[in-house]
Design a protein around this ligand. Structure first.
Ligand code: PMP
Length: 366
């Protein structure tokens, strides 16, 4: 019998056993004057996006959106240079990744994940009752292709550029995985626009590769939640089933169409600025005796001791960055025992504030 009032303990009993160890995503969201903690576009959005949102009619919100975002799939296909039948969209790439994991693996199947990498994937694996096989990156922070393959996983997840370390995975390692994997290979390219290189060409070589992307980073639409993936038509059709209808809301679709159309040059210009500021930030960090990891994304990961405490002290100085502790102590992460700060790149004034906060919280400062 289900008790009428579900207190926390009974709720735990009602939930699927595999859900009991899952907690809500809860990064530090206390207000900060400057927020460089989530790799979004701190420049904003293209004027064309603002105009599209302002000019949207009320009917846009009173009616259901397009079932599977056909117009957006067309625009995204044009942007990537692939047919619209090779695109699936979703409520953020989180939704696309979760749907893909559900579509391609049965409960109990193995998913291989690099470590460190995008933490949400481990949660999606748990939510879908998969068994994660966690494979540390190599000492040069590259994908350990052989160990990933040896897991014989149903799904292999790769993130390039990798969050939170920032570097691209080597072409040799990714190609090796794609050539040998027995199941689906998901390549998460949330930060591809900042990298200058990508793995889209692998779509021609394998019909079991799914490349996920997002409009949350380069296009500045994190709050509207628009993500997508490209793959063989039969592959994306399965993700679409698992995703379900109406996942991209009507305002989000309008904004995304504007961002990919008249707003595209704005996004490209700001990607160029982000890349310039990323390199300048890395130089500044090196000038302070730190050793930032090479980044191909819109953030820089810099090993520091006690990142959680340092991040809190920086927040007290008005600047939010994302601390990571407990990462594998490999290669350049060994010296700080897997502790690092991830600093998003934005307008230079914001980065200056982050550098000031870093200086003010360095060891030996009061
Ligand atoms: N993949 C990676 C590697 C990310 O860093 C993020 C956002 N933090 C996402 C996917 C999800 O992005 P969104 O759901 O906003 O598209």
């Amino acid at each position: 019998m289900i008790p009428a009032r579900a207190d926390r303990e009974t709720a735990l009993e009602i939930a699927r056993a595999s859900y009991r160890g899952i907690s809500l995503y809860n990064p530090d969201r206390s207000p900060a004057r400057i927020d460089l903690s989530d790799n979004t576009n701190t420049w904003g959005v293209a004027p064309a996006v603002e105009a599209a949102l302002r000019e949207a009619s009320i009917a846009t919100v009173t009616r259901y959106p397009n079932l599977y975002a056909a117009a957006l799939k067309d625009a995204l296909g044009g942007y990537l240079g692939v047919g619209a039948d090779r695109i699936v969209t979703g409520c953020g790439s989180d939704d696309v990744l979760d749907s893909a994991i559900r579509a391609f693996a049965e409960p109990g199947d193995v998913i291989a994940l690099p470590d460190p990498s995008f933490a949400a994937i481990g949660i999606f694996a748990q939510m879908n009752a998969l068994r994660p096989a966690v494979v540390p990156l190599t000492a040069s922070l590259d994908l350990d292709a052989e160990t990933m393959l040896a897991t014989d996983a149903r799904i292999i997840y790769i993130c390039s550029p990798n969050n939170p370390t920032g570097g691209s995975m080597s072409r040799a390692a990714v190609e090796r995985v794609v050539e040998r994997a027995r199941g689906v290979v998901i390549i998460d390219e949330a930060y591809a626009e900042f990298a200058g290189v990508d793995f889209l060409d692998l779509l021609e070589r394998s019909d079991r590769v799914l490349i996920s992307r997002t409009m949350s980073k380069a296009f500045g639409l994190a709050g509207l939640r628009v993500g997508y993936a490209a793959g063989a038509p039969a592959l994306v059709a399965e993700v679409e089933k698992s995703r379900g209808p109406y996942k991209v809301n009507a305002l989000a679709e309008r904004a995304a169409l504007a961002a990919l159309g008249p707003g595209l040059s704005w996004a490209r210009e700001h990607v160029t600025q982000a890349v310039e500021n990323r390199e300048r930030l890395a130089d500044e960090l090196r000038g302070r005796g730190l050793e930032p990891l090479p980044s191909a994304a819109n953030f820089v990961c810099v090993p520091v001791a006690d990142a959680d405490a340092r991040g809190k002290r920086m927040r007290a100085h008005g600047v939010a960055v994302r601390p990571f502790e407990g990462m594998p102590a490999i290669g350049p992460l060994a010296a700080t025992n897997g502790s690092a700060l991830r600093i998003s790149v934005g307008p230079w004034e914001m980065i200056e504030a982050a550098l000031d906060a870093l200086d003010a919280t360095a060891e030996g400062t009061p």
